[in-house]
Design a binder for this molecule. Structure first.
Ligand SMILES: NC(=O)c1ccc[n+]([C@@H]2O[C@H](COP(=O)([O-])OP(=O)(O)OC[C@H]3O[C@@H](n4cnc5c(N)ncnc54)[C@H](O)[C@@H]3O)[C@@H](O)[C@H]2O)c1
Length: 284
């Protein structure tokens, strides 16, 4: 990675994505500082990582020393612990203001050379970067879920992201065995401009009583040879995150294709958030 060596990674948010990113980084021998707002959330995240590692070992998918891997992760609610990290990967909720507040706060703590990777589903990277004084060091890295199993990430260049930041990010991703493809900035990037249309329309089909969730996903998996149908994918992402993302797409494109399905909104009201709450389109 040229002159700049990444040894430690700060991860903001220990939810669905932060947990996966922390596992992947620790597996790849990086020192991890995992930050969230409560110790309870952090402990839950660590337990998930431990279970995943043990399961992978049991299924002979890998052979990790579970304790050694877990010990690479420092859990904290105190952003001051980020003072020495080389890279920050942010995975907090899909809300521009919430993200910006946190960037303002941690950038005063992190060292000047630190690179900030925004893991957002739909918010344009320039929307975040241009509000910050270090926009050349801000880049989008759209990690896909589940992170430890993924082999590709979209890397999104904001309009001020420097070439050095792009090169470092691609080398960093290579070091964790993730191929990257650099694209230009646009709300939803490539992945979510496409995938959220499928998920939203699949939810409309359920609402209209045209088909059951099982049938819709079956057609995708058996017919289109997708590994996962759109409704299982929505459950995996989190229905709340899907709704926030579709709303962001609509706020930028003002296109009726991106009007969020009432079915998805109703599920959020009922707390049916997918895998993370135990019930979404399917039961877990
Ligand atoms: N879920 C997916 O499949 C997926 C995929 C790619 C990108 N993303 C994006 O990643 C981001 C996170 O999504 P998620 O699904 O992990 O959400 P999540 O709701 O599961 O987790 C978000 C976490 O951030 C924490 N948090 C909130 N404010 C914080 C703060 N100030 N400091 C530290 N932690 C804070 C919350 O407590 C929570 O644990 C979103 O922008 C989302 O769009 C999600």
């Amino acid at each position: 990675m040229g002159e700049y060596k990444v040894k430690s990674v700060g991860i903001l948010g220990a939810g669905v994505m932060g947990t996966g990113v922390a596992q992947k980084m620790a597996q790849c021998h990086y020192d991890v500082v995992l930050v969230d707002i409560s110790n309870e959330i952090l402990q839950k995240s660590l337990l998930t990582i431990k279970k995943n590692l043990m399961l992978n070992n049991m299924m002979k998918l890998s052979k990790f020393n579970v304790e050694e891997t877990i010990n690479k992760i420092l859990l904290t609610t105190d952003c001051e612990e980020l003072r020495d990290v080389d890279v920050v990967i942010e995975n907090i909720p899909e809300k521009v203001d919430v993200k910006l507040n946190l960037y303002e706060k941690v950038s005063k703590i992190c060292k000047q050379e630190c690179i900030f990777m925004v893991n957002t589903s739909c918010i344009p990277i320039s929307r975040i970067a241009n509000a910050l004084s270090f926009s050349d060091k801000v880049i989008g890295v759209h990690f896909l879920n589940p992170v430890p199993a993924q082999k590709i990430s979209e890397v999104i260049k904001g309009n001020s992201t420097s070439e050095d930041t792009v090169v470092l990010t691609q080398e960093f991703l290579k070091s964790i065995d993730i191929e990257s493809t650099v694209i230009n900035d646009s709300p939803g990037f490539v992945t979510n401009r496409l995938s959220h249309l499928f998920m939203n329309e699949a939810a409309n089909l359920v609402m209209e009583g045209i088909a059951e969730p099982e049938q819709i996903d079956l057609i995708f998996t058996k017919g289109f040879h997708h590994e996962m149908g759109p409704l299982h994918t929505a459950d995996l992402i989190g229905i709340d995150t899907v709704v926030d993302s579709i709303d962001i797409l609509y706020s930028y494109y003002h296109d009726s294709r991106y009007v969020c399905s009432p079915c998805l909104r109703k599920m959020v009201e009922k707390g049916e958030l997918g895998i993370k709450s135990g019930k979404g389109f399917f039961i877990y």
